[in-house]
Ligand binder design. Structure first.
Ligand SMILES: [Zn+2]
Length: 316
């Protein structure tokens, strides 16, 4: 344990140091084969040193980076141009509308190019989105969606208080913010009494975390924080939102078996040989491992699930 910058979720300043993450290495992963883009991303990251230190809060378990500086819009524009990161389909896009009705009015924080707003429109649920990317908002407006340019961490504009919503959603936004409490503050301002808030973030039970594998997109500067149930509960409580339930994206049995089988020593040894591209051999080996993987899956219980977890908060 060491004294560090205070935890962005609970404010405690006792944390355990975890891994170091070099900016150059991260940015080379974002833009393979394009060192000029990597250099530009490092410049835009606006971080004094050349690496981040990951820390785990001793109180709530949140993992966060130091320096705790988010990369800004220009950097995101460049990353999103290089990698395709706006998925059209997400578990939460399907799950949340099933929990809403046509009497609800939705406010989406970080609406991107409007995939969820379109789903709401098809379901006849009035929805409006904000995002800090001008490109994203232009794309929403071109699709006839109700969306406005706004930086979550900046001053909220007057229209927010004039358009109170019954439900606020923020999907895959919280982990990008250098000021996570600003999301909860905006949700408070934008919502009616009794409103709900849905926050989806990368799951602490996703396979890469269970198998302790490096996922460069789940590290800073892309993801500044890695959340736990305690940290989500505390950050809500400190900002006027009570955690009502925590949900984990399901994972099919076949996907579970695939993950477990491909992480065995036998499979990894095979993957290192020149035969690994022979599809029929690969499948035959994997199928042979599946009975063992099934047993392993049963002993793991609920510890591994899909990529996303989601909190439903109630306005306190
Ligand atoms: Zn904490």
């Amino acid at each position: 344990m060491s004294n560090a910058a205070s935890c962005p979720a609970c404010g405690t300043s006792v944390a355990t140091p975890l891994e170091h993450i070099g900016l150059d290495e991260q940015h080379r992963s974002y833009s393979p084969g394009n060192p000029a883009v990597a250099d530009e991303l490092t410049r835009l990251a606006n971080v004094p040193g050349d690496q981040y230190q990951m820390l785990r809060c001793g109180q709530c378990g949140l993992e966060y980076c130091e320096p705790f500086v988010a990369p800004g819009e220009q950097s995101y524009q460049l990353v999103y141009k290089t990698l395709s990161l706006y998925p059209g389909e997400r578990w939460e896009f399907k799950f949340v509308p099933g929990q809403l009705s046509k009497q609800d009015t939705i406010g989406e924080i970080g609406c991107g190019s409007g995939e969820f707003l379109k789903i709401c429109r098809s379901a006849g649920i009035p929805a409006m989105g904000v995002d800090f990317s001008k490109d994203a908002i232009d794309s929403c407006i071109a699709s006839g969606l109700d969306a406005k340019l706004m930086d979550v961490s900046g001053e909220s504009s007057a229209f927010v208080a004039a358009n109170r919503r019954t439900a606020i959603v923020a999907f895959q936004v919280l982990e990008h913010l250098a000021n996570p409490t600003s999301l909860f503050a905006l949700a408070s301002e934008w919502s009616a009494p009794g409103a709900s808030l849905w926050v989806a973030i990368p799951s602490n039970r996703r396979p890469s975390r269970i198998f302790h594998e490096r996922d460069f997109l789940d590290q800073p500067p892309h993801h500044m924080t890695r959340w736990t149930e305690d940290s989500l509960k505390i950050v809500g409580e400190r900002n006027g939102w009570k955690l009502a339930r925590l949900l984990y994206e399901p994972m099919t049995l076949m996907t579970r078996l695939w993950w477990i089988a491909t992480r065995t020593r036998t499979y990894k040894a095979f993957a290192a040989t020149r035969f690994h591209k022979a599809r029929s051999l690969e499948m035959a080996l994997r199928t042979m491992i599946y009975p063992w993987a099934l047993l392993r899956s049963l002993t793991m219980g609920e510890s591994m699930s899909g990529q996303t977890m989601m909190v439903q908060y109630a306005k306190a």
